[in-house]
Design a protein around this ligand. Structure first.
Ligand code: GSH
Length: 240
């Protein structure tokens, strides 16, 4: 059994997609990040960066104590290695999968996150910041579109690299992008969206977070966008 500390966001969906695809047994532990539950001591013990997702694998390979993993890319790699699924076994294929997984983690995820912030959440609309991140996401979609021009999925076969990218591309409208400009991504998106496991993974959203729709209240804004090292220190003090 795998415990998934989860919220209904792109980084959360990556993990439920993998677990549904692989047919692994899992239990969701919702962490309502708008309410500050990412600062609870039990969660910080497995996710010191106060971000979802994190997992606990109660049956790690080779036995022994449960293993916890935080960072969605590390979790996907851990689960792929555990199951031998959705990562190529040959050196070249494995390297390509890891390359595109890290590309998502280091480029598409952070840029799309900031794009979301400045265009959709920031009260003060800063044109420079909005342009900067929209353009960067636009460039990254261009990189991805080119990569998909001559192969069905990012590393050839469907893999954890695609699972990492999908939730950040599925929201292209909120990213202020036009999918018609990226025909290879459009085809890739439709193929992944139709997968039964992906449909099941997204079915958690209305069940876990019926009011889903982003950050709305001043309280949510303060919790999510007002964090400093003081937030980390205060959480550590409360845990004592
Ligand atoms: N690099 C991290 C990013 C995780 C992340 O940003 N999670 C967001 C939700 S998508 C979160 O937990 N935010 C809570 C907060 O900002 O306090 C990963 O991929 O796991």
């Amino acid at each position: 059994m795998i415990d998934v500390h989860y919220w209904t966001t792109p980084n959360g969906h990556k993990i439920t997609i993998f677990l549904e695809e692989a047919g692994l047994q899992y239990k969701l532990f919702p962490v309502n990040i708008g309410k500050g539950e990412q600062f609870k001591a039990e969660f910080l013990a497995i996710s010191p960066n106060n971000r979802i997702p994190a997992i606990i694998d109660h049956e790690p390979a080779g036995g022994g104590k449960p293993i916890s993993v935080f960072e969605s890319g590390a979790i996907l790699l851990y689960l792929a290695d555990k199951t031998g699924k959705f990562i190529a076994k040959d050196l070249r294929g494995r390297t390509a999968t890891i390359e595109w997984l890290f590309w998502q983690m280091g480029n598409l995820g952070p840029m799309a996150g900031q794009n979301n912030h400045f265009s959709n959440y920031a009260v003060e609309k800063l044109q420079y910041a909005m342009d900067r991140y929209r353009n960067e996401v636009n460039r990254l979609y261009g990189v991805m579109n080119k990569r998909l021009a001559d192969r069905p999925y990012l590393a050839g076969d469907y893999s954890i690299a695609d699972m990492a990218c999908y939730p950040w591309v599925a929201i292209w409208e909120r990213q202020h992008q036009n999918i018609e400009d990226f025909p290879h991504i459009k085809r890739w998106l439709a193929a992944i969206k139709a997968r039964p496991a992906v449909i099941k993974a997204y079915e958690w959203t209305p069940k876990i977070n019926p009011g889903h729709g982003g950050v709305r209240t001043a309280e949510e804004r303060a919790i999510l966008f007002g964090q400093t090292s003081q937030s980390v220190a205060a959480a550590a003090q409360r845990a004592q």
